[in-house]
Ligand binder design. Structure first.
Ligand SMILES: [Zn+2]
Length: 236
């Protein structure tokens, strides 16, 4: 803990003075982050570092496995963070960020290591679909780190699907006011691959290229007014 104490002192004495005007502005005007990032709690995955974001720029929610429980499950910190970011802060982008060598994904692949961690095992049920996809749809000889990597990438897609079950997100998607992103951070190379929903693949992106989206509201089939009335008639 000595290093952390030294860090606090260094931040306050040497770093903060250079950014004090920014912090004072944020303290006075409040936060207006440009995006919500839901990432793994892994200490090697640092959202502000990999995006080079400063104070006030990124609203971050971290947990084991970058999981988004479906809305219908019990209320919790992730659901509250999503609702607050979308409704109160008005973020227009949500990023689910997974990563290589993820301990949570290893737990999915090797459930025997979860035996002494019943809470982690229960939490990871929200990722079982990703494991099933890899078991059924990927080559049977996929093993080791490649298998964990595949589960981690599929888990990002599963969690994006869960995001759409949250009413605040679904409503903003319907009005094209929010975009969902899936990112995969490779710890060893420092590279971020981005999921492109148009081609259903993780791709490498460059700064001068448009950022692909995983999910947008565009192209969503709409129920016509006439159909809605007809549906209402059936209900009555
Ligand atoms: Zn992880």
């Amino acid at each position: 803990m000595g290093n952390l104490l030294k860090g606090i002192s260094t931040f306050h004495g040497a770093v903060f003075p250079n950014d004090s005007a920014l912090y004072q502005k944020l303290a006075k005007e409040g936060q207006r982050p440009q995006a919500l990032m839901i990432s793994c709690a892994d200490s090697r995955v640092m959202p502000e570092t990999i995006t080079q974001s400063g104070p006030g720029e990124l609203f971050v929610c971290r947990n084991a496995g970058n999981i988004v429980p479906p809305f219908s499950t019990a209320n919790g910190g992730v659901s509250s963070a999503i609702e607050y970011a979308v409704v109160a802060l008005g973020v227009r982008d949500i990023i689910v960020c997974g990563h290589s060598d993820c301990g949570a994904m290893k737990g999915l692949c090797h459930p025997e290591i979860l035996t002494p961690m019943p809470n982690v095992a229960a939490w990871l049920k929200h990722s079982h679909a990703a494991y099933s996809i890899v078991c059924e749809a990927y080559p049977a000889d996929l093993s080791g780190p490649d298998r964990v990597r595949a589960v981690a990438m599929e888990n990002i897609i599963v969690q994006l699907d869960h995001l759409r079950t949250h009413p605040s997100v679904a409503a903003k998607l319907a009005t094209n006011e929010i975009v969902l992103h899936g990112w995969f951070f490779d710890i060893e190379t420092g590279e971020v691959q981005v999921y492109d929903g148009a081609v259903s693949a993780f791709i490498k992106v460059k700064e001068d290229q448009p950022l692909p989206a995983a999910v947008t509201g565009r192209g969503r089939p709409r129920i016509t007014h006439q159909t809605a009335n007809r549906a209402g008639g059936v209900m009555s």
